[in-house]
Ligand binder design. Structure first.
Ligand SMILES: *Cc1c(COP(=O)(O)O)cnc(C)c1O
Length: 376
């Protein structure tokens, strides 16, 4: 049996090696390392895949969120509503820009922003909402967009974990996550569903003015060469990463199928076990399984993690400390907020290996070990 990893980017690379190596060598020959043709080609491919008008590549997913917030012209003290149950990047950039993060609860089933909690958190200072499509499952965007429209708020989707996910609207139409809000942001960190061979990120929008502003912000606030109209930053996707990503984008849907197949295997293995709640799949969302995360009930989670480690099976807790309990945010006086659902989830979640290269032998071995510990 091949060794088990949380993500197996190496085996995935072996399968597209000849294509990738050729594309990388072409960039080397061209020496257009920054802003080369592959960057423009990849942006166009991604726009067409997602069904958005504009894709602006940038250096990483954290920058993507930051550039989005900078382009919206948010002012210090403006409130941005976001789940507490997310990766730190989502909430950190809010604080970095001296905006005020306002944490809200997630739904215990989907792990994504709870629209009722969102609506309750809106104040006259609220300017934007940042829903997160956590683990590869969409946040309830139809409800979130309706609330945003009612209160005249911007929506920035954190799509770092859900690229390729389909959203089914109640009128029967479909959109890709990241293309529904005013702006979508994503990451091409190597372990993400569309992973580069280094860092990368992108921002999406259908709004021409916002696209122009985001391009400017990402490029030192420059409107034309050496004329800097606004304070910006320097955030670029390099040509080598773009060339690799353009190839991998063609495989993204297959990758989602492979991830879903592994998830189905786990679901079947754990079906009916009262101690394991398998991931919920809402009818409105496809699931691209960036993570396969279950809830444990009456199981010693650390004990399970150690038991699996002894069997050379990695497992992770995403995330052990939610935003409202992070020291970083104490200054915002959010640490005292009660978040019973988030706290409850934080104590129970565990993520098992999921990626495009898991085979049945590995999955059988992982599931047997989990069930052996859980049922003991
Ligand atoms: C990975 C991730 C980010 C940040 O992406 P980087 O490319 O690592 O900066 C932001 N939000 C979420 C939810 C993520 O999973």
């Amino acid at each position: 049996m091949r060794p088990i990893q949380m993500v197996d980017t190496k085996t995935q690379y072996q399968k597209i090696k000849s294509e990738v190596d050729k594309a990388v060598l072409e960039v080397m020959e061209s020496s257009a390392f920054i802003n080369g043709k592959p960057v423009h080609d990849f942006a166009a491919s991604l726009s067409s895949y997602l069904g958005v008008k504009h894709t602006i590549p940038c250096a990483n997913g954290t920058d993507a969120l930051q550039i989005a917030m900078m382009a919206l012209g948010l002012q210090p003290g403006d409130e941005v509503i976001t789940p507490s149950f997310t990766y730190i990047a989502t909430t950190e950039v809010i604080a970095l820009l001296r905006l005020t993060p306002v944490f809200v609860e997630v739904d215990a089933k989907t792990f994504c922003m709870d629209p009722a909690a969102l609506e309750k958190a809106i104040t006259p200072k609220t300017k934007a909402i940042v829903p997160v499509h956590l683990y590869g499952h969409a946040a309830p965007m139809e409800e979130i967009m309706a609330i945003a429209q009612k209160h005249n708020l911007y929506v920035i989707e954190d799509n770092a974990q859900a690229i390729g996910c389909d959203y089914n609207f109640s009128d029967g139409t479909k959109k890709k996550t990241g293309s529904i809000g005013h702006i979508g942001a994503t990451s091409f960190y190597p372990s993400k569903n569309l992973g580069a061979f280094g860092d990368g990120g992108a921002i999406f929008t259908n709004d021409d003015a916002l696209a122009a502003k985001m391009k400017m912000v990402a490029n030192h606030g420059q409107s034309r060469q050496y004329y800097h109209d606004v304070v910006g930053c320097n955030s670029r996707l390099d040509s080598i990463q773009a060339a690799i990503l353009d190839i991998k984008l063609q495989h993204l849907d297959e990758y989602a199928v492979a991830r879903r197949k592994a998830a189905d295997f786990y679901d079947n293995a754990f079906a009916g076990n009262p101690k394991i709640t398998t991931p919920y799949r809402a009818a409105y969302s496809s699931h691209v399984f960036h993570q396969y995360t279950v809830l444990l009930e009456g199981v010693n989670r650390n004990g399970l993690k150690e038991f699996l480690a002894e069997h050379k099976i990695p497992a992770m807790i995403y995330y052990p400390v939610p935003g409202h309990k992070q020291k970083m945010f104490e200054q915002f006086n959010v640490a005292s907020k009660e978040m019973p659902v988030t706290d409850w989830l934080t104590e129970r979640v565990i993520s098992f290996p999921i990626h495009t290269e898991l085979d049945e032998e590995q999955l059988n071995y992982i599931c047997s070990a989990i069930i052996e510990f859980v049922n003991q």
